[in-house]
Design a protein around this ligand. Structure first.
Ligand code: F3S
Length: 68
């Protein structure tokens, strides 16, 4: 399976935090409540479904998931 990478578009994120609720291992919130990918955004094995779930549930379509 190819490795996934996530990235939060800071211009689009409005702090809905659904990503953090659904995939706390992959997202962290800054002091303004906006989400950032943890580390370099690489999705650890086994968390792929959570990455896609977070992307699907972001109301601002701010989360990019790419396959490396
Ligand atoms: Fe931002 Fe979407 Fe998460 S708006 S906080 S990336 S659910």
């Amino acid at each position: 399976m190819s490795k996934l990478k996530i990235r939060v578009d800071q211009d689009k994120c409005q702090g809905h935090a659904r990503c953090k609720s659904l995939a706390p291992e992959l997202f962290e919130l800054d002091e303004y409540g906006n989400a950032h990918e943890v580390g370099d955004g690489s999705v650890p094995a086994g968390l792929e479904d959570k990455a896609w779930l977070a992307q699907t549930n972001c109301p601002e379509i701010a989360i990019e998931v790419t396959e490396e």
